[in-house]
Design a protein around this ligand. Sequence first.
Ligand SMILES: Nc1ncnc2c1ncn2[C@@H]1O[C@H](COP(=O)(O)OP(=O)(O)OP(=O)(O)O)[C@@H](O)[C@H]1O
Length: 340
Amino acid sequence: MDAHLAVRARGITKCFGEVVALDGIDLDVARGRIHGLVGPNGAGKTTLLALLLGLAVADSGRLEILGMPTGRTFEDPGGVAGFVDAPGLYPSLTARQNLAALAALRGDDTRSAGIDDALEQVGLTDVADDRTRGFSLGMRQRLGLAAALLARPRLLVLDEPANGLDPAGKKHVHGVLTRLAGEGTTVVLSSHRMDDLEALCSEVTILATGRVVFSGPLGELAAGDRELAYRLITSDPARAHRLAAAAPGVRLAADTAGRHGGEALVVHAPVPALDALVAGLVHAGIALRELAPVVSPLEAAFLALTEPRAAESRDTRQREDDATDPRRQHAQAQPQEAGQ
Ligand SMILES: Nc1ncnc2c1ncn2[C@@H]1O[C@H](COP(=O)(O)OP(=O)(O)OP(=O)(O)O)[C@@H](O)[C@H]1O
């Protein structure tokens, strides 16, 4: 047991029939952090969140939540709230009545449950007495978050919380999550929105076909040997182009000259080579006016780490299909036969 961890998972496996949704997951989530979960469709994010919420039980492995081991006889560690897929709401009840019903189910006094406060936190005060039947996706997500807040969780688990939110709603929700983390609540959230994850999370876990392919601080994704594409705007594009072309470890993007009217230089480089190029430009008296990754480090890592695995998994499945499909075995045998 580690007191600093809100979640500690070791070797978690979960299958649905033949489908291996989680395949030996190890995960550490530090208390008071916002931890992002990202991965392609079907990677296992929702399954993992469901385990954290106690909605499902792992087939094997060890999962500790808020310091308590969970198991087949799931003991609610208390202090965990959130939703997967989408929050469950009663459509014929108003937003306020929905929260009151949830509070009553938990045995809380609905007058002191903090319903107005929760509605205000997520920006739904104006529609508190509207039936949720007419709520948009973004409003439902916000009400789901309000419902989770009522439980005053120490671990908040959210599946795509920014789904359907307009920019103001997103800002609101980001503000709530950041404040909660500041107060010590741990937040684990899944999202396909890299910009949301980068804005909110200190750490991310990237899943691919049920396995962890990266877990750690966001900063680690940009560091080291990983080569990213960067756009540079300088005071002297022609000289900057020549210097970049000669810089060790730096590759010019094929169409760099055509971009941004020839003003911008696009290079592929790991961080140390980029640093040396920037130092070289400055040394040559060329001012750097803008330097930004073309795709964010998280998005680049996501693509680099998940696409090969998805392709590998497809290839494996294809090989397995081929091996068990007599028609394919026959089809594959044909060229050999033809050559005989
Ligand atoms: N109840 C279930 N019954 C059968 N298979 C399931 C079930 N739940 C999940 N799966 C399968 O487990 C795998 C992981 O699904 P999961 O929903 O956890 O992925 P995800 O990363 O959340 O995907 P998405 O980004 O599309 O929501 C998928 O192959 C999915 O089809």
